[in-house]
Design a protein around this ligand. Structure first.
Ligand SMILES: Nc1ncnc2c1ncn2[C@@H]1O[C@H](COP(=O)(O)OP(=O)(O)OP(=O)(O)O)[C@@H](O)[C@H]1O
Length: 373
């Protein structure tokens, strides 16, 4: 099953084609606040009407097109919002039966009970709706969205209104439920951990445009554009250029720093003088409180060490964040709390970047969005 979307509305100017596979049913629409995620979801649901020229189709069923606009109540879509918005005057069963008007009345309680059981909310059937906790309410609301057996489930930040422990628990449950049911799902989140925990695929939306779409791990490991890399939490994005190619490896210069790396697709496509953006995740950088000379170490081809100065140390819960000046290049690293004890602002340190932690983004696209991105 394929969901094809071409949408213009407010900030949105997006194209996306999603293969909806029951064995990997969840596509996450990920991006920063204001990127247009909710607008996209609402346009797919038919709750928001996009500009002329837009198109939404599920296989050969066109829901939004030049000649037709299927109203939301006729789209086979289940929708779950950030806050469940259950009707407080209806019972749990009444809420879940609400969307079952196409089913003969006698069959509704059974279908509603099945949906509640599927979302592990069967035990809540006699709880008065206003007494449901946030997490319980979301389970019931998910049952309500699933009860009509939609062809497509749309989840808009379904966990963001919950406290952290409940959110983490429900995240795992929700993933299990969606995998078990195999219901194709498009889920919006701006939480990277949630995107990676829930998504089989991730589409990265920035400033209304889809910058990248693919299997979740691949998107996380290899952001295609600088904006996608920033959205995906790659703290260090350093402008550099290719100084030479050596077999499948590239020698890259970043300020006064020279590093060698193996791009996943090899060196083909790069040439000396090409501008690149060098991405390194903060947690991949190793910082030690010594001042070894600059060198290649370990696997001599792929690990580079540089002397640096710590400019700030900030606690971040389970780790500390270090701001560094590496020969004039500002960088960010995170270290375990026990390693941070020996570090303070102004201190000279050694910074090691493993070659396989270096991610290259070509830095010459006039438009940031790669073709087909
Ligand atoms: N009714 C509207 N009229 C004008 N602009 C709108 C309207 N609704 C949304 N927008 C604009 O469209 C942009 C995208 O909003 P949207 O809510 O889709 O973003 P989002 O990615 O879901 O953000 P968040 O993660 O904060 O919910 C925003 O700049 C918003 O101001």
């Amino acid at each position: 099953m394929t969901l094809a979307v071409r949408l213009r509305r407010h900030v949105l100017d997006a194209e996306l084609e999603v293969q909806l596979d029951p064995t990997g049913p969840v596509t996450v629409l990920f991006g920063p606040s204001g990127a247009g995620k909710t607008t996209l979801l609402r346009c797919v649901a038919g709750l928001d009407r996009p500009e002329p020229g837009s198109r939404v189709a599920l296989d050969d069923q066109e829901w939004t097109g030049a000649r037709q606009y299927v109203p939301p109540q006729h789209r086979p879509v289940g929708y779950l919002f950030q806050e469940h918005a259950l009707f407080p005057h209806l019972s749990v069963l009444g809420n879940v039966s609400y969307g079952l008007h196409r089913l003969p009345r006698a069959q509704r309680p059974r279908r509603a009970a099945e949906a509640l059981a599927a979302t592990r909310a069967g035990h809540l059937v006699d709880t008065p709706t206003p007494r449901l906790s946030g997490g319980e309410g979301q389970r019931v609301a998910l049952a309500r969205a699933l009860a009509p057996e939609p062809r497509l489930l749309l989840l808009d930040e379904p966990l963001s209104a919950l406290d952290t422990p409940t959110r983490l628990r429900l995240r795992g449950d929700l993933r299990d439920i969606l995998l078990r049911l195999g219901t194709p799902t498009l889920m919006v989140t701006h939480d990277l951990g949630e995107a990676l925990a829930m998504g089989d695929r991730i589409a990265v939306l920035v400033d209304g445009r889809v910058h990248q779409h693919g299997p979740a791990r691949g998107v996380f490991a290899r952001p295609a554009t600088v904006s996608a890399a920033r959205a995906l939490g790659m703290d260090n994005l350093l402008p550099g250029h290719v100084t030479s190619t050596i077999g499948d490896q590239l020698e890259i210069s970043v300020g006064a720093w020279s590093m060698r790396t193996n791009p996943p697709s090899g060196a083909a496509g790069y040439g000396a003088g090409d501008a690149v953006m060098v991405g390194v995740r903060a947690e991949e950088i190793c910082v030690t409180a010594d001042t070894e000379p600059d060198a290649r170490v370990g696997d001599a081809a792929c690990v580079v060490r540089q002397r640096a100065t710590v400019t700030a140390v900030t606690p971040e819960g389970s780790r500390h964040r270090l701001e560094l000046d590496v020969h004039g290049v500002p960088m960010v690293a995170t270290v375990a709390n026990r390693d941070a004890v020996a570090l303070c602002a102004g201190q000279r340190v050694s910074v090691t970047v493993p070659g396989d932690a270096v991610h290259l983004i070509p830095h010459h696209q006039p438009s940031e969005v790669p073709p087909g991105g």
